[in-house]
Design a protein around this ligand. Structure first.
Ligand SMILES: Nc1nc2c(ncn2[C@@H]2O[C@H](COP(=O)(O)OP(=O)(O)OP(=O)(O)O)[C@@H](O)[C@H]2O)c(=O)[nH]1
Ligand SMILES: [K+]
Ligand SMILES: [Mg+2]
Length: 507
């Protein structure tokens, strides 16, 4: 673009590239500017070999104990003496004995993974032992007695894998999420992230910036030469503009990936005795809320985590809204806070189908339903599912209730009639709120991702505004740095600590 005046003389931010004798082609400049590969994680303490129970605690059929580090092979040899190391990556049956007493511990399957072809990139061994607590603790103690071995810290195996470039940071996060995934949709999202889709996207964006930077640097270095391609700066501007559009689209994801990771808020609200607690119990398949014929039974917000149609949901039961409740009570329900309407992604508004003309029903329709329904989700409004409960109380032959009402679903918590339809409606709303984790571009699952993309976008803004080419180049470098941080290049200790905190011992 012609917005930035081109200085005849410019600062040279890369003196080492300025020597034209060292090969003055743009290609060389781009090569020199190429991203340095590898992670910024600390190298694992040299010499340390760590071990841990990698399968769950408690009695089970088979338990898996892992060791990683240079002494892994020795440990395997010592516990299986007098046998030699088995063939690499092949399961072999071996008698394990305590090296101190010679006492047999278990007959186990052992696996030997010489580095770097292992999960951590180091020499690794796996012991698949019988899952009794005495066997497991016997083998762990035996390993502890081998010189150079110590118990692993939480997340230490994964951290080593990261340090050896086996996983990048977004993949590490995906692995943590996969371990914690409780619903199908969460599992799909975590697996995609573990597969590295988000990381690949970031790397391709970083590549674009490297190219743009190379163009700007080339202009700074050789701008007055005749042999420089026409329009290099314009090309960089075009690349930056395209990247801005892509980043913007990713940031406008309505936090779907984050919601899917931590759960969507679904709040059940309505007049007293509509059957809100009955529905919450039905959806969570356990009696979490007290149900009684007495209006005003539920007094506080009650939140439970449930799996609704494969999506993670935080489901809130709330106190019934009486008519003319007045601004104080109304404010109480709208107030942001635990389970309040304000923080709901989806509001299930429930009425007694046989009692639609009552003052409390009319009032609820005129206030809550009308207000929420007036704002579409596109404008940042909440999704509304209107449910008319107690359909079993309606005359069998009578007309459908509520002409003039917004679209609604008929339900009977008593008979289960209409539950299927309600679940389907909720599934659709949840898919809209959380996104479909199997299709489309990978979603941002953490605030950390959002932060770096925003910071990258800001830096691109500085690039466009800077009148000085050296400053423009610096802005591109800052922008690229944020993309690199996202996948863990140059990651600081604190970020790593936060991410690895999510792991358990043995992972
Ligand atoms: N006939 C019929 N009764 C129902 C149905 N659903 C709930 N009830 C009854 O309605 C009464 C109120 O149910 P709750 O689930 O406690 O209603 P609520 O909206 O949570 O009530 P509050 O917490 O007091 O506002 C109870 O006696 C339920 O057994 C239904 O589908 N049909
Ligand atoms: K009640
Ligand atoms: Mg209740």
């Amino acid at each position: 673009s012609a917005t930035r005046p081109r200085p005849r003389r410019v600062l040279v931010p890369f003196p080492h590239l300025y020597n034209r004798d060292s090969g003055g082609a743009v290609g060389n400049v781009s090569r020199a500017l190429c991203l340095r590969r590898g992670s910024g994680a600390p190298a694992p303490s040299p010499g340390a070999t760590v071990f841990a129970l990698s399968s769950g605690q408690g009695r089970c059929g088979v338990a898996v104990i892992r060791a990683s580090g240079p002494a892994s092979g020795d440990a395997l040899r010592i516990l299986t003496a007098p046998r030699a190391l088995p063939a690499a990556r092949t399961a072999s049956l071996r008698l394990l004995s305590d090296p101190r007493s010679g006492e047999p511990l278990d007959r186990a399957l052992v696996l030997w993974f010489p580095g770097p072809r292992s999960f951590t990139g180091e020499d690794c061994v796996e012991f698949h032992v019988h899952g009794g607590p005495a066997v497991v603790s016997g083998v762990l103690q035996a390993l502890g007695s081998v010189p150079g071995l110590r118990p692993a810290e939480a997340g230490e195996f994964t951290r080593r894998a990261f340090a050896h470039g086996k996983l990048n940071l977004t993949e590490v996060e995906g692995l943590a999420d996969l371990i914690h995934a409780e619903t199908e949709a969460q599992r799909r999202q975590a697996l995609r992230q573990l597969d590295g889709e988000l990381g690949q996207l970031c790397r391709s964006w970083a590549g674009t910036l490297t190219k743009a930077l190379a163009h700007v640097e080339a202009y700074i270095d050789f701008g007055e030469d005749d042999n420089l391609e026409e329009g290099v700066l314009e090309q960089a501007d075009v690349e930056v503009r395209e990247l801005e559009v892509a980043l913007g689209a990713h940031l406008r994801d309505a936090r779907r990936g984050q919601r899917l990771r931590s759960g969507a808020h679904v709040v059940v609200t309505g007049p007293p005795n509509a059957g809100k607690s009955s529905l919450v119990n039905l959806l969570s398949r356990k009696p979490v809320s007290i149900v009684s014929p007495e209006p005003g039974t539920t007094r506080d917000v009650l939140e439970t985590a449930v799996d609704l149609a494969g999506f993670p949901v935080l489901l809130s039961d709330t106190a019934g809204l009486r008519e003319g409740a007045g601004p104080v009570e109304q404010e109480g329900v709208r107030r942001p806070g635990r389970g309040g309407l304000e923080q709901a992604d989806i509001i299930v508004a429930m009425l007694d189908a046989s009692d639609l003309a009552s003052p409390s029903s009319r009032d609820f329709l005129d206030t809550v339903v009308a207000t929420v329904g007036a704002r579409s989700p596109r404008e940042g409004g909440q999704r509304l599912v209107l449910v008319l409960n107690k359909s079993d109380l309606l005359p069998a032959e009578g007309p459908r209730p509520g002409p003039g009402l917004p679209p609604s679903l008929l339900l009977s918590c008593l008979t289960g009639d209409g539950l299927h339809g309600l679940l389907e409606a909720l599934r659709k709303e949840l898919a809209a709120v959380c996104g479909d984790p199997s299709t489309g571009s990978p979603l941002l699952t953490r605030e950390r991702h959002r932060h770096h993309l925003k910071a990258c976008l800001d830096a691109l803004g500085h690039y466009k505004q800077s009148k000085d080419l050296a400053l423009a180049a610096e802005a591109l470098r800052v922008a690229r740095g944020h993309l690199t941080c996202l996948t863990g290049g140059g990651g600081t200790e604190e970020v790593l600590d936060i991410i690895f905190r999510d792991f358990c011992v043995g992972k």
